[in-house]
Design a protein around this ligand. Structure first.
Ligand code: HEC
Length: 148
C-alpha cells in the first residue's frame, strides 16, 4: 500500500499543475490586444483637446508666463515640444519616444514612476489623469506618436 500511495503523489501534482497552467493560458488570451489591431489615436482631437489643454496648460504654456520645465503644451506647440525632445529635468530621458510608451518620460511622469525627477504630473494633482487618459497617451505613442 505504501508503495502505491507514494507513486501516485507525483501524478496528482502533475495534474494540478497542468490544470492551473491551462486556466491561466485561456483567461489571458482574449485580453491581450494585438499591436497590429491598435486603433489610431488623433493627437489634435484627443490628446490635445481632451487632456493637455484642460489639465496641463495652466503651467505648461508660453502665454503670460515661461512654460514650466521649458515644456510648452499649448495647441500648436505641444507635439514639437514632446516628440524626440530631451527632458529638461532628468538627464538622458526623452519626453516621448515613438513606439516606446514605457520608455517615454511623459508617461513615467504621468504614472508617477519611482525614478522620475520632481513630482508626478499634473503637478497640482491629485486628481491625476485617469487610467483611460494615460492609456490613450500610451496608445498614441505606441502608434508612433504621429502629429495627426
Ligand atoms: C501646477 C503646474 C503644473 C501642471 C498643472 C502640470 N505641470 Fe508638468 N511640470 C510642472 C513643473 C513645475 C515641472 C518641473 C518640476 C517637476 O518635474 O516636478 C513640470 C514638469 C513636467 C514634465 C517633465 C519635463 C521635462 O522635460 O523633464 C512633464 C513631462 C510634464 N510636466 C508633463 C505635464 C503634463 C502632461 C501635465 C498635464 C497632465 C502637467 N505636466 C501639468 C508644473 C505643472
Amino acid at each position: 500500500m505504501r508503495v502505491h500511495v507514494a507513486s501516485l503523489t507525483p501524478t496528482i501534482v502533475a495534474v494540478v499543475v497542468a490544470s492551473i497552467a491551462t486556466a491561466c493560458g485561456s483567461s489571458s488570451t482574449p485580453t491581450t490586444p494585438s499591436p497590429a489591431a491598435a486603433p489610431t489615436v488623433s493627437f489634435s482631437q484627443r490628446i490635445q483637446v481632451e487632456i493637455l489643454t484642460p489639465s496641463c496648460t495652466s503651467c505648461h504654456t508660453d502665454e503670460g508666463r515661461t512654460p514650466a520645465a521649458g515644456l510648452n503644451l499649448k495647441s500648436g506647440s505641444a507635439h514639437s515640444n514632446l516628440v524626440g525632445v530631451s527632458s529638461s529635468g532628468k538627464p538622458g530621458a526623452v519626453r516621448v519616444i515613438p513606439g516606446n510608451p514605457s520608455g517615454s518620460y511623459l508617461v513615467q511622469k504621468l504614472e508617477g514612476a519611482p525614478d522620475i525627477v520632481g513630482l508626478r504630473m499634473p503637478r497640482n494633482g491629485p486628481p491625476f489623469l485617469t487610467d483611460a487618459q494615460v492609456a490613450l497617451i500610451r496608445q498614441w505613442i505606441q502608434n508612433g506618436a504621429p502629429n495627426n
